[in-house]
Design a protein around this ligand. Sequence first.
Ligand SMILES: *Cc1c(COP(=O)(O)O)cnc(C)c1O
Length: 411
Amino acid sequence: MNQHDYNKKALHTPFAVGDPHGAISMPVYNSVAFEYESAEAMELAFTGKTAGHVYSRISNPTVGYFEEKVKAITGAHSVTALNSGMAAISNALFAIVKSGTSVVTTRHLFGNTYSLLTSTLNDFGVETRFCDLTNPAAVEAAIDDTTAALFLEIISNPQMEVADLLVLAEIAHRKGVPVVADTTLIPFCAFRAGDWGIDIEVVSSTKYISGGATSMGGLILDYGRFDWSKSQRLARLAGEQGNNAFTFKLKKEIHRNLGAYMPAQAASMQILGLETMDLRYRRASGTATELAHRLEKTEGVTCVTYGGLPGNPFYEISKKQFGDHPGAMLTFDLASQEACFRWMNQLKVIHRATNLFDNKTLAIHPYTTIYGNYSAEAKAAMHVYDTTIRLSVGLEEADELMHDIQQALQA
Ligand SMILES: *Cc1c(COP(=O)(O)O)cnc(C)c1O
């Protein structure tokens, strides 16, 4: 999406209903319930025959506006806002899988997504099949009649593997399987999932969108293009709902039953976050690119992993899919775990914290934290190493960050 279109939609998407006071920022509707002037009007609203909010676990004017804005920006068929990225991922999967089906994916997954698939869903009879997503033949071989979804992250974290989306989508669609993709690492202003064969997009809006780590949130976007008559779970519904089957199942059943809708306060902050995201993203991604180049020349750093580096194996595909802004996260390696800990303990500007895409730069040692409860064998299988530092680059000056990195290496 070009910058102009993004900013126009992010700043000027109109309200569905005009504000009685002429407010130009969407008010926070801190109301659980909404009143109707008659029993008849109430019946129409509850049965979905008229638009209108009835109860804030199901929909809310502030959250609804956030969803409308995301819809205008992305061109999605439907958008649903949940209270975290994990709520988005679990709600999306609960609408697609059932006992006896399988999900084809990679071991290069966000830690809780890995646990959701291998433990939570596995206990309900859903099989998870791991394969190497950089090997199309292996992906094709892993998909069979039981497969309910191909699940992937557009850039895996912390491995920084970039999925070749058009290649993977072609395989999945030929086999009648939807592509469900976690796009958290590259925001809407730099990447349009609908153009790359993604059917269902899931995002942790806690990250770039929230506007500096202000609030938790997640989004499910349905591009409305998948033929759900090919889905074991949704085929019957596709008979009456067509390409809307997923959205119908999600909005009318799954998200209401699981009860993880976004609160109005969070939506209010995230609406504002969208307005400044392009500006923040360009700045942070540009600084990350500069740091990646400078880290490559830094003594003591044995390896820098970032799709924006010409030497990176994913450089070309990263440029094709994400353009000149391949993200504000990078990893680099030091000689040992001890060297990583020594470095982290000397930091003066960069924060020792998890999370991604705060306005402040954050460093973490994934091996001992995010993956701390996994066995050494499991971590080896996930390609998570004890020599790796993950850096989420914020809005500070590149020179200030580089100075902090260097002083901590030398101390
Ligand atoms: C943070 C993150 C999640 C989970 O999001 P929460 O908002 O913390 O629930 C999922 N996927 C990726 C890639 C993430 O970075």
